[in-house]
Write a protein that binds this ligand. Structure first.
Ligand code: PGA
Length: 246
């Protein structure tokens, strides 16, 4: 049985006081029904780590460098994230792919860096609107996953979470219907059989793209949807908590 994970991707939002306030509200609530993770921006990770100490809430970063260390001004390595106590890191978010040119090779390199550092990657995949309109969604997602499926071992897959985020649903208010999302999640799970039966059964696949309190119950009720990667709605404590209890 896969346990639900609800992950809040704060993107480039927040401040010291906002991080403090949002986390205090989340920590005051009982969210033991599922796993909960927050992904603040780099400058707030250390203070978030201190605030979360002693709680079960997981801490994640939104990005990491492809390289191990050295002369890469402005980059943050997987080892540094491990050093400050991160458990998770997003990789291949569609905003990174479209705005910063991350391709599937970059994603594989980052995933390997993270795994070597003992951090669990949350790998984002998903098709654009034109991919879907031309019936290419399965082909696109297959391409995005192919190297990970062939290069990583079954043991490494135990530490990976996938997030299916149709690009047309991110930040648009337009959500995939539960049927559309379930169809794609089942397809992704079928691809995981290439690694092993157990990997297909155990890997969590989150849905992302305009998840709200109003649609989370129905989405999370689908058999192959194991929680959500929540952007905009994760900045509102009350709404995020309602999603966590869905
Ligand atoms: P959204 O973002 O919930 O605001 O659509 C999701 C994401 O980008 O992870």
């Amino acid at each position: 049985m896969r346990r639900l994970l609800v992950a809040g991707n704060w993107k480039m939002n927040g401040s010291v006081s906002m991080t403090d306030d949002l986390l205090s509200r989340l920590l005051d609530a009982d969210v033991s029904a599922c796993d909960v993770a927050v992904f603040p921006s780099f400058p707030y990770l250390s203070s978030a780590r201190k605030q979360l100490n002693g709680s079960a809430m997981l801490l994640g970063a939104q990005n990491c460098a492809e390289e191990e260390s050295g002369a890469y001004t402005g980059e943050v390595s997987a080892t540094m994230l491990q050093d400050i106590g991160c458990h998770l890191c997003l990789v291949g978010h569609s905003e990174r792919r479209t705005l910063y040119g991350e391709d599937n090779d970059t994603v594989l390199n980052k995933v390997q860096r993270l795994l070597n550092a003992g951090i669990s990657p949350v790998v984002c995949i998903g098709e654009t609107l034109s991919d879907r309109q031309s019936g290419q969604e399965n082909a696109v997602v297959t391409r995005q996953l192919q190297q990970l499926l062939s290069e990583l071992s079954e043991e490494q897959w135990q530490h990976i979470t996938l997030a299916y985020e149709p690009v047309w649903a991110i930040g648009t208010g337009e959500t995939a219907t539960p049927d559309q999302a379930q169809g794609m999640h089942a397809f992704i799970r079928s691809l995981l059989h290439q690694v092993s039966e157990e990997t297909a059964q155990k890997t969590r696949i989150l849905y992302g793209g305009s998840v709200r309190a109003a649609n989370a119950v129905e989405l999370f009720a689908q058999p192959d949807i194991d929680g959500g990667l929540v952007g905009g709605a994760s900045l509102d404590a009350a709404e995020f908590l309602e999603i966590c209890c869905s």
